[in-house]
Each structure stands twice: as structure tokens, then as C-alpha cells.
Design a protein around this ligand. Structure first.
Ligand SMILES: C[S@@+](CC[C@H](N)C(=O)[O-])C[C@H]1O[C@@H](n2cnc3c(N)ncnc32)[C@H](O)[C@@H]1O
Length: 244
């Protein structure tokens, strides 16, 4: 029997070379469905930690593009440090990072909105988040930011605020800068908002990085070095930017 790492490496290669991963947000071999089944069977109900552990366990053999445990712990500390009441995620996938973020939001009546372009992923994420007991504090919306601006404004109004205090960007790497600018130009983020961007080393988002470097008087940015999700030898980083 071959070690789990062997299967994991080939499932990683399959995922990063599959056009469906980039264009549809699923690898195309049913692994997301298998993950959900594994979580529903093996994780305790109403336990975010148990759900996260079940996903991490699954990913030891089958690689998935969830943020993973090492980077996830850095994301947790960013959320805890900013302590947002209202947060936004771009790219829910199966709901792993949404579960992490929501479980670290300690303000009463806190709310995470997660935007996801793929309807099947939306369904998977909702079921995973529901199993973790967090569905009253996470709303997964199907769509892309440019088409959901008014809906987001309405949600912010209903939560009696104007801006997202925390944003996690983890969707299409070519859309990081354009969606960040959409949030900024539409007033959905503001002074004090913390924006965390994943995969800034691998595969990277050069235009977003250049923008933050050029606008350092407006955004204070630190880069947190870490390994890529579930692949310990592949360097990656999170960029954490605060609107001054
Ligand atoms: C890397 S995965 C997100 C992983 C998730 N944040 C986690 O760590 O558990 C990227 C997700 O973004 C979605 N996506 C890609 N482009 C998008 C866009 N423009 N708007 C919304 N979702 C998008 C994909 O369908 C995919 O589910």
C-alpha cells in the first residue's frame, strides 16, 4: 500500500492542471462531493473544530483547495485580531475557510457573507457550514461581486453598518485586484477594514501585489509566509492589508 502523501500529490497535480478548477471552481472528479459525505458521516454536529478536522483528515489523501490548517491558523489570528462584526469572503468553495472565519468572530450577532460563483459549491458549503452549526452566522451567496453589489449594500444596511470590517479574498487570482477595487470604489470597505489575500506566492496575484506596494500610504500591508495548503514543501503567503 502506498502512503497517503503519494495519492495526495497526484490529486494535487490533477487539480491544478484541470481547466475546470480554474473556470468552474470544481476539480471535476467528484472530490468535493466525497468531502461533504466524509464530513457529514465523520464530524460531530454543531462542532466547527470537528468539521475542520474532518476536512483536514480528508485532504491528507485527496488534495482540495481549502486554505488548510497551517494557513488557516494564520487566518484565525487575523480574524481574532480585527474582531469584525461583519465580514466578507470571496470564494467559499466547500465552506472550510468560512467555517474557520465564522468560528473566530466573537462579536454578538456577527455575520460572514461568502460569495461563490459555482452553485454546486454553494450547496456544499451551506451543508458543511450547517453541520458545523454556523448557518445562522454565515450566508453563502451564489454569484460574482460585480453582480451582487446592491445585494451586499442591502445586507450591510440590514446589519446597520456601511462597510465590511474584514475581507478574505480567495477566489480567481486574476480577479483579486479588480474585485478589491470594486469593493473600494463602491464604499463596501473603508478605513480600518482588514483585507487578507490568500495564495500570494503560489500561484500569486502580481497585479494585486503591485497595487498594494504602490498604495502603501493608504494600505499598511504585511506578508505572512507559510506553506501552500496541505503541501508543506511549497512556499506560499497571505497578504494582510489594513486600510489606514
Ligand atoms: C481556492 S477556492 C476557495 C477556498 C476557500 N476559501 C477555502 O479556503 O475553504 C476558490 C473558489 O472561488 C470560486 N470563485 C472563482 N472565481 C470567483 C468569482 N469571481 N466570484 C466568486 N467565486 C469565485 C471558485 O468557484 C472556488 O470555489
Amino acid at each position: 500500500m502506498l502512503p497517503d502523501g503519494f495519492y495526495q500529490f497526484f490529486s494535487f497535480l490533477r487539480a491544478i492542471t484541470s481547466p475546470a478548477t480554474k473556470f468552474e471552481g470544481v476539480v471535476g472528479d467528484g472530490r468535493e462531493k466525497a468531502l461533504l459525505k466524509h464530513v457529514l458521516i465523520s464530524a460531530d454536529n454543531d462542532s466547527p473544530d470537528s468539521v475542520l478536522e474532518a476536512v483536514n483528515d480528508f485532504c491528507k489523501r485527496t488534495w482540495l483547495m481549502c486554505i488548510g490548517d497551517e494557513k488557516g491558523a494564520l487566518l484565525d489570528s487575523c480574524v481574532l485580531h480585527r474582531n469584525p462584526r461583519v465580514a466578507l469572503e470571496l470564494g467559499a468553495y466547500c465552506g472550510y475557510s468560512a467555517t474557520r472565519i465564522a468560528s473566530q468572530m466573537k462579536e454578538p450577532a456577527s455575520m460572514l457573507i461568502s460569495l461563490e460563483m459555482n452553485a454546486t459549491n454553494v450547496d456544499t458549503a451551506r451543508q458543511l457550514i450547517n453541520h458545523a452549526g454556523l448557518s445562522s452566522r454565515v450566508r453563502v451567496i451564489n454569484g460574482v461581486l460585480s453582480e451582487k453589489l446592491q445585494e451586499l449594500r442591502n445586507i450591510l444596511n440590514s446589519l446597520k453598518t456601511n462597510i465590511f470590517e474584514f475581507v478574505f479574498i480567495d477566489h480567481n487570482k486574476d480577479s483579486y485586484l479588480s474585485d478589491f477595487l470594486l469593493l473600494k470604489e463602491n464604499g463596501l470597505i473603508g478605513k480600518g477594514t482588514v483585507i487578507v489575500a490568500d495564495n500570494m506566492k503560489f500561484p500569486g496575484s502580481p497585479k494585486y501585489r503591485r497595487y498594494l506596494r504602490k498604495h502603501s500610504e493608504e494600505f499598511e500591508t504585511v506578508e505572512l509566509k507559510c506553506a501552500f495548503e496541505y503541501i508543506s514543501w511549497l512556499p506560499d503567503s497571505l497578504m494582510v492589508s489594513t486600510w489606514k
